[in-house]
Design a protein around this ligand. Structure first.
Ligand code: HEM
Length: 487
């Protein structure tokens, strides 16, 4: 009996779909995926590293764990297409840009976009980033009460639109930020009413307005290049000496802005959440910054020499990756772990689940930046176990840009500022509509003076209750965590 089974098994398995449930008619398991944090873990425990489901109107297989992710992102990537992995509304709003392209078209365009993300180009963006970060720090200091998610969203959009779309700070950035918000809302709406005031129709209109802006800037940069990303893209040439066309340039620039700003907002907010909840980590991160501050102000070079901050960022990437994973269309049938998946299905590789693989990351829900210390380097045990920025030939193109901007912001915060949680907020991290602490992380923000005692600094930077105007006096509250006055 046993011999018989092993001889027929390979034949049977070739026809076998992975186990799993297709959920409700039409809806499938879409709601569970977005609202149940344990969606992947529950099914992985039951079925293993590949299982079938039905998500966003498509039969889909989820693949989870470093081996499965390597299969999708690297060793068998020719079985998968990016273009057919996204909901239709995304391409209609974002245009036929890099993330919807495959094969030769993708290879050529990635090569043309690449110079805008190499070290030399990044060094050229440093001053704009630094000036904008300083502007926001001063503003936040005045403001005193912040919701980190909203604050980082504004700051990252401001930086991104200046560097990637050539916007002027101030009114122009505010105008584009509003349009971008409308555009993003439309992406998750049904693709109905292109010419009507539906969310989708409004998004299409906003896209046209942003493109009109980018076209004007491209024309200016063609006459007079600067050191922003648009100028880099205009100057880029492929092997045959061809450049991106005018239309390609504007479409790709729009994608870059979209790809950059929600992801960084999520990661920065989560980084601040974890630093707040882990004072020992915060202290070590501050110590590192203070040692570096003794050598001078933050420079492009100095950002590369912050090993403990790098460990923190990796742990935030692992535990709080902004994307739950990546969708692909299956263009050639494939076999994995003895199961067969036909062409026409979709695949979702799970970042969320892979980052919680216990054999790689023991006690995976624990925030522990030392996992990434040189001694432990848990992610090095198995390739594709840390994929918050994707992996393989299509790894995130903006990795260096994102690291530079996030580290710059955090390094300033660690050197010179303090933030305390405001009461009455929910700190649980939700995945939908964006990954963030539920209420966005509300804090009381102020300057921090490392060389003075905490209490002294507090007394100097926050108004004493009796110094407040009498009308406010009655309403004075103190932050339960720090004792700071909250007006
Ligand atoms: C915290 C910040 C960021 C995170 C977590 C992130 C994450 C990712 C991930 C996971 C992918 C691969 C998706 C997949 O495999 O399905 C990706 C691709 C990409 N990212 Fe990022 N990203 C970030 C910032 C940026 C920035 C700042 C830019 C550009 C300014 C950018 C541009 C891109 C582009 C163009 C691709 C597509 C690459 C290709 O198809 O060849 N990203 N990103």
């Amino acid at each position: 009996m046993h011999v018989q089974e092993s001889t027929v098994q390979p034949h049977i398995n070739k026809q076998l779909l992975p186990p799993g449930s297709m959920g409700l008619p039409l809806l499938g398991e879409s709601l569970e995926l977005f609202f149940d944090k344990d969606f992947i873990e529950k099914r992985r425990t039951k079925y293993g590293s590949i299982f079938k489901t039905h998500i966003l109107g498509h039969p889909t297989v989820c693949m989870v764990g470093p081996e499965a992710v390597r299969f999708v992102l690297s060793s068998h990537m020719d079985h998968f297409a990016w273009g057919s992995g996204w909901p239709a509304s995304f391409e209609k709003i974002l245009g036929h840009s890099l993330i919807f392209q495959d094969g030769e078209e993708h290879r050529r365009n990635r090569q043309l976009l690449m110079p805008a993300f190499q070290s030399k180009a990044l060094a050229g963006y440093f001053d704009t980033m630094q000036a904008t970060v300083s502007k926001y720090l001063a503003m936040w200091e005045q403001q005193r009460e912040l919701t980190w998610y909203t604050a980082f969203k504004q700051a990252t959009f401001d930086i991104g639109s200046q560097i990637l779309l050539g916007a002027n700070p101030g009114e122009e950035v505010a105008y584009l930020s509003h349009l971008s918000e409308v555009m993003t809302q439309g992406m998750y709406a049904p693709p109905w009413g292109k010419h009507l005031p539906t969310p989708f129709g409004r998004a299409i209109k906003a896209r046209r307005k942003i493109l009109a802006h980018v076209r004007k800037v491209v024309q200016k940069r063609q006459q007079q290049p600067t050191n922003d990303a648009l100028s880099m893209l205009i100057g880029a040439k492929d092997e045959e000496g061809n450049s991106l066309t005018f239309e390609e340039l504007t479409t790709q620039a729009l994608l870059l802005l979209f790809a950059s700003h929600e992801t960084m907002t999520a990661m920065l907010t989560c980084a601040c959440r974890e630093l707040t909840l882990h004072p020992d980590v915060l202290q070590r991160a501050r110590d590192e910054q203070l040692r570096l501050a003794a050598q001078g102000p933050i420079t492009f070079e100095q950002l590369k020499a912050m090993p403990y901050l790098d460990q923190i960022m990796r742990e935030v990437e692992r535990l709080r990756a902004p994307g739950i994973g990546g969708f692909r269309g299956v263009v050639k049938p494939f076999e994995f772990n003895g199961y067969t998946v036909p062409a026409g299905w979709r695949v979702l590789y799970s970042t969320y689940g892979t980052h919680r693989t216990e054999s790689v990351y023991p006690d995976p829900e624990r925030f522990d930046p030392d996992r990434f210390s040189p001694e432990r380097a848990e992610h090095k045990q198995q390739a594709f176990s840390l994929v918050g920025f994707g992996g393989g030939p299509r790894i995130c193109m903006g990795f260096g840009f994102a690291q530079m901007e996030m580290k710059l912001l955090l390094a300033h915060l660690l050197r010179s500022y303090q933030w305390d949680l405001l009461p009455h907020q929910n700190l649980d991290v939700v995945l939908f509509p964006a990954l963030k602490p539920k209420d966005g992380l509300k804090v009381y923000f102020r300057r921090w003076y490392p060389e003075r005692k905490h209490d002294q600094a507090l007394a100097e930077t926050t108004p004493a209750a009796d110094a407040l105007p009498t009308t406010e006096h009655a309403q004075v509250q103190r932050c339960p965590y720090s004792g700071a006055v909250i007006s």
